[in-house]
Design a protein around this ligand. Sequence first.
Ligand code: XIL
Length: 467
Amino acid sequence: MKCNQGVRTSAARDVASWKLVLALICPVFLAGVSVAVAQPTDLKTFAKARGIDIGVAVSFPSTGRAQFDSTLTRNFTGMVAENDHKWGNISSAPGTYSWTNADRIVDFAQQQGMNLRFHNFIWHQQSSYIANGHSNGVAQPTDPNKYTRDQAFTHMRNHIGAVFDHYRSKNQLSVFSEWDVVNEATARDSGNDDTAHLYAGMRRSTGNALNLDSGLSRWTGYTQGETHDFDYIDSAFAIAHRNDSTARLVYNDYDAESRGKKSDAVYNLVSKLKSRNIPVNVVGMQCHWYIGPSNSGSSGAWDPQQVRENMARIGALGLDISITELDIRYQNPSDSVKRAQQSAAYETILSICLAEPHCKRFYVWGIRDASSWVISRFPGYGSPLLFEGSGTTYTPKSAYYGLISVLQSGTAIKSAPGVRNRAFGLSFQNTEPVRDLMGRRMSSLPDRPIFAAQKGASLKTSPNASR
Ligand code: XIL
């Protein structure tokens, strides 16, 4: 009997006994040594049976595409561009767009019938001219007064409009299952410098050393977020919705999975958006986690019970939850104990997601350990993903089999991720001011949408441009 056949035995339906079976059949499994055999029935088959969308972040390699593609399509029902859809990867200057890599992802997902998450529109990083400023986590000296509030909103409307227009023109909007509209808008340090709690834990334009470093947001600065209740976030969702009223829209963040200041900030933010009837459908939980000791100053602590509670309160707002960027790193070197702990952690979060009715998607941030962002982002740490190997070899790890065992160990089938075409009270008529639920005029939006007319056009010079 081959090692991989153990997965399909009935005893394998129970996580513990399944591991015992595999260990008996294939002793090297517990020793943590790679087993270079073809994987058993693929992860995707088990995910489909439970109705959960299991996806992965994709950066197409320049060589070895056949093995990469086959690992991707055999195991995952969904995908997301690791970098290719970010503002800075699409547009280097206002009105200048390069779609080649972005389209390659969309075409692939469409051809393979895979779900595709769009990542992302509004972020303080990797956004070229509008909010660039980070190299290895350190802010670069971008002029904080480069754009006026009006100019920043014009860029926002134009960019979001350009992306929707592009994929509408290619008849591909239906390929996108959901869109990360705003990414990481809460403060990296949970607003610890904001002792008077004036800013609700939001990422600010200035602040303490952390905020002035990789934690600041040019979006907050340009739109004067601190004095306008961070309404750039409202506007981004409203603009996305106005471009495609059927699109499912996501607020995505990290370190906000368990209970704590930062998850409270995210919860309060999405509660506020909902109360204003801003079109948001989903909270994305990135889940960049670790097991074992943390590196100093690192993020990624999590607690299963707190994640359950946090998901429940978000679900109670009527929002779905997507696990969007899961990876679970640990300190080098790898060993069998760490592998087993990592597998248990992957199994735990999948079990939590399966048990929470609003948790519909489970996306891992990369396919193979060697290509993970963790290696450069968290020096001394690694091994965060489901596959290992090099060259054309993609070897499933203990965590991969652990996920299969969890999918097999229950029978409940999740309801499908929410349908498109959700109704919202905001009707974006071209001739009327946009108002929120409270009747408040959304001042950051123009009375009439202008992205269609101005898309690709150069900016008008504002009288405040040099302020
Ligand atoms: C990371 C990518 O994985 C890297 O390749 C890139 O150099 C930096 O960004 N949160 C996010 C993702 O929302 O976009 C980040 O992706 C990881 C953290």
